[in-house]
Design a protein around this ligand. Structure first.
Ligand code: BJW
Ligand code: ZN
Length: 271
């Protein structure tokens, strides 16, 4: 039986023209990608959020690349799960019916795109792209290891023998500049175009689905009250309450891979 609140939000979707989805790490958890603030969020003795900073890079770029190389190795083989597939299938039906869907993700793993989602705005970049610190070029890169020096490195065990990497071990651009992961670290600005697109979608949407995010990282978390103030009906799908929960219309407690397919199934109805 479909839950009453689910039925109510489905009714809101039925009458919506423009829908926005804001996704976070919880959407990829069922694919085996660890979240940031949950169990499995530690690599050696660091949390992901300690190494995802310009300060960590300035201190030890070789270590930061080792951490990203490890995550790239883990992410290389994961597959989209029913949550990613439900969103991609929904987008296909929704846009065929002439309606608008904007999927704004904080995830850097590329799983939404892999599932077939098309209108994806990546607020925090992509782990599968690198950026040159000298010429600024952004290029796709799926090399694992990122350079031969990282072969066999990345052991997450806190007691692992720590290897030191030097500037010679780091990946280089054709211009010989050092390459860094094309992701957004704490204290760095989001790409203006991406944030502008997300803000416009939040202001325009009739319904917002917030899924699998702890809603603590800004400016992404600020999109939720922005959409609500702009008149959207907002639901949150999460395993537990978040700081955003009190400000949304519906909180659906459960795994994204179960709740999203149920919420979106068969919408919009045609005929
Ligand atoms: C499930 C589930 C299942 C599990 N089903 N659910 C305003 C106020 C306060 C601070 C700031 C502010 N504005 C800016 C800041 C500073 C900072 C910030 O937000 N700090 C706060 C943490 C305090 N923001 C920034 O620095 C941003 N830049 C910026 O604003 O520039 C201008 C500026 C700079 C300085 C000062 C002021 C302005 C940049 C943020 C970049 C975030 N980068 C990262 C790393 C990306 C690269 C990488 O991966 O290595 O992005 S941090 C990390 O957090 C990553 C994520 O995208 C992001 C959000 O995490 P997410 O997705 O929510 O994951 P989790 O793990 O936190 O939550 C998972 C959730 O899923 C949980 O709730 C689970 O329950 C749930 N879940 N399984 C459903 N199966
Ligand atoms: Zn370059």
């Amino acid at each position: 039986m479909v839950d009453k609140a689910i039925a109510e939000f489905r009714a809101a979707l039925r009458s919506a023209t423009s829908v926005m989805v804001l996704s976070g790490a919880g959407v990829s958890a069922e694919s085996g990608v660890p979240t940031f603030r949950g169990a499995g969020g530690l690599w050696r003795r660091w949390s992901a959020t300690e190494l995802a900073t310009p300060e960590a890079w300035a201190r030890d770029a070789g270590l930061v690349w080792e951490f990203y190389d490890y995550r790239r190795r883990r992410m290389a083989d994961v597959q989209p799960n029913p949550a990613h597939h439900a969103l991609a299938a929904f987008e296909a039906r929704w846009s065929a019916a002439g309606r608008e869907l904007e999927l704004v993700t904080q995830n850097i793993d590329g799983l939404h795109e892999q599932a077939g989602s098309r209108a994806v705005t990546r607020l925090h970049g992509s782990i599968w792209h690198v950026r040159c610190l000298r010429c600024g070029a952004v290029t796709p890169n799926r090399d694992v290891p990122i350079t031969p020096a990282y072969e066999g490195a990345g052991d997450p065990d806190p007691h692992a023998h720590a290897r030191r990497f030097t500037a010679d071990d780091l990946p280089r651009c054709a211009c010989s500049g050092i390459l860094r992961p094309h992701v957004v670290w704490f204290g760095e600005s989001l790409a203006e175009e991406d944030l502008g697109r997300a803000v416009a979608a939040a202001e325009r949407c009739d319904a917002l689905i917030v899924v699998g995010t702890s809603a603590v990282v800004y400016p992404a978390a600020g999109l939720i009250p922005l959409a609500r103030r702009s008149g959207a009906v907002v639901c949150e799908i999460n395993l537990s309450p978040t700081p955003a929960t009190n400000g949304v219309d519906y909180h659906f407690c459960g795994p994204a891979g179960v709740v999203l397919p149920e919420l979106l199934e068969g919408l919009p109805e045609v005929g």
